[in-house]
Write a protein that binds this ligand. Structure first.
Ligand code: MRU
Length: 366
């Protein structure tokens, strides 16, 4: 995506200085757009844990570069396996992280250690390029969906109202985004889209990141509190829900940011189509029952007891919103059962959220 006319990806390595991996510090957006320079395995791990870098596809890509950085220090078999395991353990729910590390290891293990650094940068670069291409394809397939919905609208109300949760935009991937790619393409194609942006407590990825992305692209949007979606759907104000995901099981269950499940329930109750956009790197073919089998990250109580933002001078500021002494729990993701998902939007097209549906697009996993 372009920033002030200059095309950027969400992670990049300057070919003249490969010792540095660059990302945007997502904890500072929308106040400032700071570029973070990561030079070590530990800096990469820390950026993922603290969510300076986040979003399922992006943490996979950044971790792949993290392995390349660690190999610069020690490319022996033992060190590589240790550092790969360390990076893969930074966040538990998004399967893209483990997928990217596994792919790197598969590529690097057969190589002599002296060849691994160069090979690791190349493979991480391929992971990034493929992510961009997959998300662009998701955008094209999703554009078809939005075009259909726009075409079915009658009377003066031609606006397509789309609700999204969390941030599944270009800043959560290497480029384009998953849930937001179709929205960008629909907007660019001249379709009148308006996006209801769930604020997405506790970390406000919707209010801070999705609203920032959409605003920069000129897409009309309105930020709502997380509990508003059901009300909007009851009053015919949502034509379509599109969300991203951190892991989809073989049978089509969907893990995504906490609160997604409640939106799916409300959508089902109001006959609003509920679509999930994902590159195939988000499918975990080894699990079926998402509720039982997907590990849900539990994050710090402080994300719930405090609200973080910026003060009038653009500096980070926090205020406590709970009484001192009240306990807080912070499950970061939930699982939407496949029966509540209207369809899956992938780089190979759309399918039912079922094993048969997924296998119709990805028969190599039969
Ligand atoms: O905790 P986060 O901000 O990394 O969670 C991100 C989400 O839940 C996104 O919806 C998901 O990763 C899809 S990103 C294309």
């Amino acid at each position: 995506m372009k920033i002030d006319g200059v095309p950027y990806r969400s992670v990049w390595v300057d070919e003249t200085d490969r010792s540095t991996v660059r990302i945007f510090d997502q904890t500072r957006i929308p106040a400032t757009l700071d570029i973070l320079e990561l030079r070590t395995r530990d800096q990469v791990a820390d950026a993922i844990v603290t969510m300076q870098v986040r979003g399922a596809p992006l943490i996979g890509a950044v971790a792949a570069y993290g392995l390349a950085l660690s190999l610069r220090v020690d490319a022996s078999d033992d060190a590589m396996e240790r550092d790969a395991a360390f990076l893969a353990a930074t966040r538990p729910t998004a399967i893209n992280l483990r997928w990217a590390i596994a792919r790197m290891l598969e590529h690097l293990r057969p190589l002599d250690p002296s060849l691994r650094v160069q090979a690791a940068y190349e493979e991480a670069g391929r992971i990034c390029d493929e992510d961009v291409a997959q998300n662009e394809a998701i955008g094209r397939h999703g554009l078809g969906l939005i075009t259909q919905i726009a075409g079915a609208k009658t009377g003066d109300r031609k606006t397509v109202n789309i609700l999204t949760h969390c941030n599944a935009g270009w800043i959560a991937t290497v480029d384009w985004g998953t849930a937001l790619a179709p929205i960008y393409m629909a907007h660019d194609a001249g379709i009148d889209v308006h996006v209801w942006v769930d604020e997405t407590r506790p970390r406000n990825q919707g209010a801070a990141l999705t609203a920032w992305e959409l605003g920069r692209h000129g897409v009309r949007h309105t930020v709502v509190v997380d509990n508003a979606g059901g009300h909007l759907m009851q009053h015919g104000m949502v034509d379509l829900v599109i969300v991203g995901t951190d892991r989809v099981t073989r049978q089509g269950d969907v893990a995504n940011k906490i609160g997604t499940y409640l939106k799916a329930l409300a959508a089902a109750d109001n006959n609003v189509p509920f679509w999930v956009a994902l590159p195939s790197t988000t499918i975990d073919w080894t699990v079926r029952d998402g509720v039982a089998e997907i590990p849900i990250e539990e994050r710090s109580e402080a994300e719930v007891t405090m609200v973080h933002g910026v003060d009038a001078h653009g500096n980070p500021a926090s205020v406590r919103v709970t009484p001192a002494g009240s306990a807080a729990a912070n499950p970061a993701f939930d699982v939407t059962p496949a029966r509540l998902v209207t369809g899956l939007l992938t780089e190979r097209g759309t399918c039912d959220a079922t094993e048969a549906g997924l296998l119709s697009l990805f028969p190599e996993h039969a």
